[in-house]
Design a protein. Structure first.
Length: 196
C-alpha cells in the first residue's frame, strides 16, 4: 500500500498562508482520523493559481503517483487540483485508472471508479464556470472604471496630501477628490498616510 498524499493549493491572490494552514490542518486531521500515521502522509503545497496544472508540487505528486508511491490523494476541494475542466478530468481519469483513491474533504466526496469520474467531471465543470465568471467580472469592472475616467494599470502620479486636504476642506468627498486628481481612492489614502 502506497502513501497518502495531501495536496494543498492557495491562489497567488492569497498573500497570507492562513488558507494553506487551515486546509492543511483539516486534511491532516482527516488522515489521522482514518488511521494514517504521520509517516504515511506526504504533503504537497503549491502557492499558485489553479488555472494551469504545471505547478511544481502538483508535478511532484504526479511523478509519485506514476511511480506507484501514492495510493490516496486528499484535497480540500476539487478546484484545488484544477479550475480547468479538461485538465482536471485528465488528472482524475489518469489517477482513477491507476487505482488511486481521491478524497475531496469539504465536498464530502470519495471519488472512485466510473461514478467518481462522473461526479468529479460535473464539479470540475462548475469550478471552470466560476473561474470564467470571475474573469468576465474583472473585465467588466475594468471597462466600467475606464468609462468613469479611472486610470487602469501603470503607476499613478503621486498625489500630494495638501491637495487632498484642500479639496476635503472645500467639501468634496474622497470619491470626488479621486476623480478630480485622476487617481484611485487608495492613492489618496496612501498619500495621507505618507504625510503623517
Amino acid at each position: 500500500m502506497g502513501q497518502i498524499a495531501v495536496y494543498l493549493r492557495v491562489s497567488t491572490l492569497d498573500k497570507q498562508d492562513k488558507g494553506l494552514l487551515s486546509q492543511e490542518q483539516a486534511l491532516m486531521e482527516y488522515c489521522r482520523n482514518h488511521g494514517f500515521e504521520d509517516d504515511d502522509i506526504k504533503v504537497y503545497r503549491d502557492r499558485m493559481s489553479g488555472g494551469k496544472i504545471d505547478r511544481p508540487q502538483l508535478q511532484r505528486l504526479q511523478q509519485d503517483i506514476f511511480r506507484g508511491r501514492i495510493s490516496t490523494v486528499v484535497v480540500w476541494k476539487l478546484d484545488r487540483l484544477s479550475r480547468s475542466l479538461k485538465d482536471g478530468i485528465n488528472l482524475l481519469v489518469d489517477w482513477l485508472d491507476r487505482g488511486v483513491r481521491l478524497v475531496a474533504l469539504s465536498q464530502q466526496f470519495d471519488f472512485n471508479g466510473a461514478v467518481g469520474k462522473l461526479i468529479a467531471s460535473v464539479l470540475l465543470g462548475i469550478a471552470e464556470m466560476e473561474r470564467q465568471n470571475i474573469r468576465e467580472n474583472i473585465v467588466r469592472g475594468m471597462k466600467a472604471a475606464k468609462e468613469r475616467g479611472v486610470k487602469i494599470g501603470g503607476k499613478e502620479a503621486r498625489v500630494k496630501a495638501e491637495d487632498i486636504l484642500r479639496l476635503k476642506q472645500e467639501g468634496y468627498r474622497m470619491t470626488e477628490i479621486a476623480e478630480q486628481l485622476n487617481c484611485s481612492r487608495q492613492a489618496l489614502y496612501d498619500a495621507l498616510r505618507r504625510a503623517k
